[in-house]
Design a binder for this molecule. Structure first.
Ligand SMILES: NC(=O)N[C@@H](Cc1ccc(O)cc1)C(=O)O
Ligand SMILES: [Mn+2]
Length: 412
């Protein structure tokens, strides 16, 4: 039985279809448990059913399309990615991995491939954390790492909890055990994803063999001063919260540039209250996203930032707090799968190189319960999380062919 080649035209068509399920505005904005999510779900479920897969949705809405194997006692080999987005993001981040997994399933069906292990296409929800500010929630549920309490503590900007939103969406979020997988029922997970960085394109390499994923830390930093009248309050009597906050942001940036070991820091969101043109800022809250392949660098950096925040706040006569709300150590992917990704790229004659992911992925959590590998395809100009995000459909086709070879190699 020879595997047919994946088809770039079908990948392109399905990606354009899914890209339209977005709220108005530049790029793609598709938040979890919204009408845009529902529309994408319909297309994904229909594509799974057309490919002969039986479809289940777990407690949080991860969509699993399953094809039984000749040996039902074996654990499943799964492949997929997420289909939610950041605000005004691109049409490829996550969704390309779902579409390529659907294409792989079509090729297996059309090739008449007889699988021993059950095969599963998984379309994962809420990876970006755009709605509930908690990254990789869908992947965490698959790893059995979402608690019932999380369903009530994670809220969106309107205060709607995960439990309320998922229930209104028609799901049974309390049934988290339907989402949790184990090594007994999941042999491996392979995630195709766009690189979201510049390396593959710069080096003219077709396939990224992902060996590891950076550690991720997320914080909310609050600064509390005192609001006053902008016109009548003399400068020496002010407790302006924004001026020290601005110094903190600049100092964080200086610290990270001094480390220069691949560690990065981003302040992506900052709010000022009360926020009036003629009001001295009384409060500031800003987010801090830290990433590094080196756990020690993150630890040292966090200590330095916490000390600096306290020092700057004291000098300015304001209160400040550094609240961590997400922490994940760097993850090494499974050599068993990584080697097969590398072998598949070689057998297919694709140029390839080992690469560390600077982006986080559901695979970081799924790697805690099964063997995980990732396949990267080039991103144009290394851009992502922007409407300009782009990958070539034939590169996605090549990545799909790699996934197919890895799946069938693991299935032997
Ligand atoms: N592929 C991708 O873009 N994944 C996200 C995952 C993530 C989401 C929320 C968060 O706080 C940290 C990481 C990213 O790396 O930004
Ligand atoms: Mn993303």
């Amino acid at each position: 039985m020879t595997l047919q080649q994946a088809r770039a035209d079908r990948i392109e068509e399905e990606l354009w279809t899914l890209s339209r399920f977005s709220v108005e505005g530049p790029g793609v904005t598709r938040l979890t448990y919204t009408p845009e999510h529902a529309a994408a779900r319909e297309v994904i479920v229909a594509a799974m059913q057309r490919t002969g897969l039986s479809v289940q949705e777990d407690a949080l809405g991860n969509i699993i399309g399953r094809r039984e194997g000749s040996d039902p006692a074996l654990p499943a080999i799964a492949f997929g990615s997420h289909f939610d987005s950041v605000r005004n993001g691109g049409m490829f981040d996550g969704t390309a991995g779902v579409v390529c997994a659907l294409e792989a399933a079509r090729v297996l069906q059309e090739s008449g491939y007889v699988n021993r292990h059950p095969l599963e296409v998984i379309a994962i929800v809420e990876e970006e954390g755009t709605r509930f500010s908690s990254g990789m929630l869908g992947g965490r549920a698959i790893a059995g790492l979402v608690s019932d309490a999380d369903l009530d503590t994670l809220v969106d900007e309107d205060g709607v909890t995960v439990r309320e939103a998922a229930t209104a969406f028609g799901l049974e979020p309390g049934e988290l055990r339907t989402a949790a997988r184990t090594r007994d029922d999941l042999r491996a997970f392979i995630e195709l994803h766009i690189e979201q960085g510049p390396i593959l394109e710069q080096e003219k390499v077709e396939i990224g063999v992902v060996t590891g994923i950076v550690g991720v830390r997320a914080f909310r930093i609050t600064v509390e001063g005192r609001s006053d009248h902008a016109g009548t309050t003399p400068m020496h009597l002010r407790q302006d919260a924004l001026v020290p906050a601005a110094l903190m942001v600049r100092e964080i940036n200086r610290f990270v540039n001094e480390i220069a070991d691949g560690t990065v820091a981003t302040v992506g969101h900052l709010t000022v209250t009360p926020g009036g043109l003629n009001q001295v800022p009384g409060g500031v809250e800003f987010t801090l996203d830290l990433r590094s392949p080196h756990e020690e660098s993150i630890r040292l950096l966090v200590d330095r930032i916490e000390a600096m925040v306290a020092e700057v706040a004291a000098a300015a006569g304001v209160e400040a707090a550094v609240n961590g709300f997400f922490a994940l150590s760097p993850v090494g992917l499974s050599p068993v799968v990584v080697d097969r990704v590398r072998d598949a790229a070689s057998e297919l004659g694709f140029t390839h190189r080992d690469i560390t992911s600077g982006a986080g992925h559901d695979s970081m959590f799924i790697a805690q319960i099964t063997d995980v590998g990732m396949v990267f395809v080039p991103s144009r100009a290394g851009r992502s999380h922007v409407p300009e995000e782009w990958s070539d459909f034939d590169d996605l086709r090549k990545g799909t062919d790699v996934v197919l070879h890895v799946v069938t190699a693991l299935d032997r």
